[in-house]
Design a protein around this ligand. Structure first.
Ligand code: DAH
Length: 355
């Protein structure tokens, strides 16, 4: 009994000192190890006279529990403070910039869209957007392309339902409809974005990009269209002179309609825009058909204007010397590193578009 009290007092004192984990473990072995002080007391139980045995065992258990509890709580305390210590040392300020900075690149298509938007915004065009999933009405009917019109077949449309009511837009022209439906004239907008047709080879991709242009006001005529496109092409290719020709064509939503070619030649294996006697088609355009205006409740007696649709990917290929359209969409990091642009160098007309 005396022994038990001595053990208890001695170790309660010891355990109240400031200890580290290995010191506590040492104490633990001293008490509860195979030959530990408490373990040895347990071995004595059998030798205790019967009338004292029960009390001895009970006291011994109480002392054992008390010491064990204290040891466990000490261990727990130390572990928590060690974790906190570690966390303090390993603290990371996530708001700091990276030490080894890997800079991403802007895709040539995004760069081209930024350049086009910058050029047109300089002359008063706003940028509009429409959804990739369109309805059949906006994509065709409202654009004067009724059911059974042959132009519908030419578009190789991806329909999204059996009734052919929802589709992936085959061109950006439905943004004309959306814009004119929600506002009042005049309109002066461009709408860049993704377009889809079931077509795939070196110069066609099932997903490609177009930019739509629309200018509706009183007294707008074809010379405005020509002037606007001439300005755009010169700015885009960053040249002073451009050879450009309008070829008669047909689109249901414009009358008259034209396709625009630009002159080019091959010099030392490279395309040179604006010179030479070869022609390259880059866009479709025309004067907006009165039926289109009627469909969006704009009075064609009062208002008229022009529209155009430009293939963005082709412009990017021409300007940046990329000869396979499919490479745009392969997500090859090496390709992007070579053809991509500095994200901090935003194209503007006055600072230079691509320099
Ligand atoms: N939407 C036509 C296409 O994808 C391109 C086009 C032609 C757009 C003439 C126009 C336009 O706005 O006036 O083939």
């Amino acid at each position: 009994m005396v022994n038990l009290k001595k053990i208890k007092d001695e170790f309660l004192l010891k355990l109240n000192e400031k200890l580290n984990l290995s010191e506590i473990n040492l104490i633990k072995t001293e008490l509860f190890g195979k030959n530990g002080l408490v373990s040895s007391e347990f071995k004595k139980i059998g030798t205790i006279p019967e009338q004292e045995r029960k009390k001895f065992a009970s006291d011994l258990n109480i002392v054992k529990d008390e010491l064990q509890e204290l040891i466990n709580s000490k261990i727990n305390e130390i572990e928590i403070s060690e974790i906190n210590e570690k966390l303090k040392k390993e603290k990371i300020d996530v708001t700091l910039p990276e030490r080894s900075f890997v800079q991403g690149k802007i895709h040539p298509v995004s760069q081209t869209i930024d350049e086009i938007s910058s050029i047109f915004s300089e002359i008063g065009f706003n940028v509009e957007e429409g959804p990739d999933v369109e309805n059949e009405y906006n994509n065709f009917t409202a654009l004067n392309t009724p059911d059974n019109h042959p132009a519908r077949d030419m578009h190789d449309t991806f329909y999204l339902d059996k009734n052919k009511e929802k589709l992936l837009r085959t061109h950006t022209s439905p943004v004309q409809i959306r814009t004119m439906k929600k506002d009042k004239p005049p309109f002066k907008i461009i709408a860049p974005g993704r377009t889809y047709r079931s077509d795939s080879d070196q110069t066609h991709s099932p997903m490609f990009h177009q930019v739509e242009g629309l200018h509706i006001d009183k007294d707008i005529n074809m010379s405005h269209l020509k002037g606007c496109l001439n300005y755009f092409i010169k700015e885009f290719f960053e040249v002073d002179k451009i050879k450009m020709r309008f070829r008669p064509s047909h689109f249901p939503f414009t009358e008259p309609s034209a396709e625009v070619d630009i002159g080019y030649e091959i010099k030392d294996g490279k395309i040179v825009i604006g010179e030479g006697d070869k022609w390259l088609e880059i866009l479709g355009c025309g004067m907006v058909h009165p039926n289109v205006l009627k469909n969006v409740k704009v009075n064609p007696e009062k208002y008229q204007g022009y529209a155009f649709g430009i293939g963005i990917d082709r412009l990017a290929m021409l300007k940046y010397g990329i000869n396979d359209l499919r490479s745009f969409f392969e997500c090859d990091y090496r390709w992007l590193n070579h053809f991509g642009f500095d994200p901090l160098d935003v194209p503007t007309n006055y600072r230079g578009l691509s320099r």
